[in-house]
Design a protein around this ligand. Structure first.
Ligand SMILES: Cc1ncc(COP(=O)(O)O)c(C=O)c1O
Length: 438
């Protein structure tokens, strides 16, 4: 379908509509207007991008997905991107790919160990367990909420073959040093970059250090596609395992709508299948369907154009909270990892236990005034009910994760926060600290 004149009319009408709809923000009323922790930041061109993709009539992943994958790869400075339907799917596909027989002796096998921080989001950890691998938990540093390099070194045992770790709340872990450690020992590194698109470490984008890195485009994240995610990677050897796990486990690697990319569609003899069994229906992995659509990708490309602006806003909001709260001895404020320039996903605060103040009282005080807060995701994940039957190897004591789980929380830094909102947040926290409940 291509009707340039009609398209142009639709486009300008959509733009007009979006300008009006987005312009209708209500006045901020302290205590009444909700101050969220996160939210998508849409502009008229995002609505146009969505509608344009709908008008293509292309309902699955297609040319717009290829473009978005290329744009993300370029942005990160890696060779390739592979779009999926969420950040969790990106982690699942990335870890699963490492178990592929296509990787020969470097493939991970059941029981092989994978190091990951104890504190974080569950779907960084889950794919390790889902693939029959052995999770090895390391602690996090309070303030940066990143793994400590020495603890990672100490955690490595004879069966340790990979590390997957998130740049928590946008603050990088020392991915350059960890990558070198992995290279020395022939281990894989996956950066969960879901919360950190736009962050840099020693001038390089996070997500460009590991063998693979993952992104989430859920509305809370730096850019959004609604639901959506991406695996970014360099080695062409990873493409087929990644695509296969994403696309039902199939052996065939034809793009949608094509039939004989390998030129041998009816000539394969694999497994116990009859000779010449159609390659389209040969499965080389126990896979999933985690594919996304061109409509999502179109929004992604549009949003990506404003990533730098979003990042600047996040940094500005972060600095505002830092300036407003830094004199308070009751709070441990966040600290950027040395050599990094984080695009903060949120502003983590640890209520120092020795202050006598309870986190619960503070977040309840904020909640009553309509200020949103979040905990540091699942905390020490080992303690979540879902993992009651999972055997973890603990590489260190998990004192940092424990403290962060008991006393930490975060407030938003997303671009949609207004100056009035931020001022009210700081004012409210200071008000609480001046007269906390006894
Ligand atoms: C570190 C981290 N990894 C993975 C995810 C999962 O992303 P998604 O919600 O797109 O599945 C999140 C979600 O916020 C996250 O914070």
């Amino acid at each position: 379908v291509n009707e340039p004149a009609t398209r142009a009319t639709v486009q300008s009408e959509v733009e007009r509509y979006a300008q009006r709809a987005l312009g209708n923000s209500e006045d901020f009323v302290p205590g009444q207007t909700h101050v969220p922790v996160s939210g998508r930041t849409l502009a008229p061109q995002d609505f146009v991008a969505l509608v344009e993709a709908c008008l293509d009539g292309w309902l699955t992943a297609g040319p717009r997905t290829e473009t978005f994958e290329r744009q993300i790869a370029q942005r990160l400075g890696v060779r390739s991107g592979l779009m999926v339907n969420s950040g969790s799917s990106a982690n699942l596909v990335a870890v699963s790919a490492l178990t592929s027989p296509l990787l020969g002796s470097r493939r991970l096998r059941p029981g092989d160990e994978v190091i990951t921080p104890a504190l974080g989001f569950p779907t960084t950890l889950n794919p390790i367990i889902q693939n029959g691998l052995q999770p090895v938990l390391v602690d996090v540093d309070l303030g940066t909420y990143a793994m400590k390099v020495q603890e990672v070194r100490d955690a490595i045992g004879p069966k340790t073959r990979a590390i997957i770790a998130a740049h928590t709340l946008g603050n990088p872990f020392e991915a350059d040093v960890i990558r070198d450690i992995c290279r020395e020992r022939d281990m894989w590194l996956i950066e969960d970059n879901c919360d950190a698109l736009g962050s840099t470490l020693h001038g390089r984008p996070t997500g460009s250090f590991g063998d693979m890195s993952t992104l989430s485009f859920y509305p809370a994240h730096h850019i959004t596609t609604g639901e959506g995610g991406m695996v970014a990677f360099n080695s062409p050897k990873l493409r087929r395992p990644l695509e296969s796990f994403r696309d039902w486990g199939r052996a065939c690697y034809c793009p949608p709508g094509e039939d004989d990319t390998c030129g041998r569609r009816f000539d394969w003899q694999l497994g116990g299948l009859p000779a010449g069994y159609d390659h389209k229906y040969i499965y080389s992995h126990i896979g999933y369907n985690l594919k996304s659509t061109d409509i999502q990708a179109s929004l992604g490309s549009s949003q990506l154009q404003r990533l730098d602006f979003f990042g600047e806003m996040r940094k500005r909001n972060f600095r505002y909270y830092m300036d407003g709260l830094e004199d308070r001895p009751e709070l441990l404020l966040p600290r950027a990892t040395e050599g990094s320039d984080p695009s903060w996903f949120g502003f983590p605060i640890l209520v120092r236990p020795e202050s006598g103040i309870k986190r619960r009282d503070l977040i309840q005080f904020l909640d009553e005034r309509n200020i949103g807060t979040r905990l540091l995701f699942g905390g020490d994940l080992r303690r979540q009910p879902a993992y009651a039957d999972v055997e973890f190897r603990l590489a260190s004591d998990l004192g940092g994760a424990d403290q962060a789980m008991k006393h930490g929380f975060w407030i938003g830094t997303f671009p949609g926060l207004t100056d009035e909102m931020k001022a009210f947040v700081v004012e409210t926290i200071l008000e609480f600290l001046e007269s906390p409940p006894s």
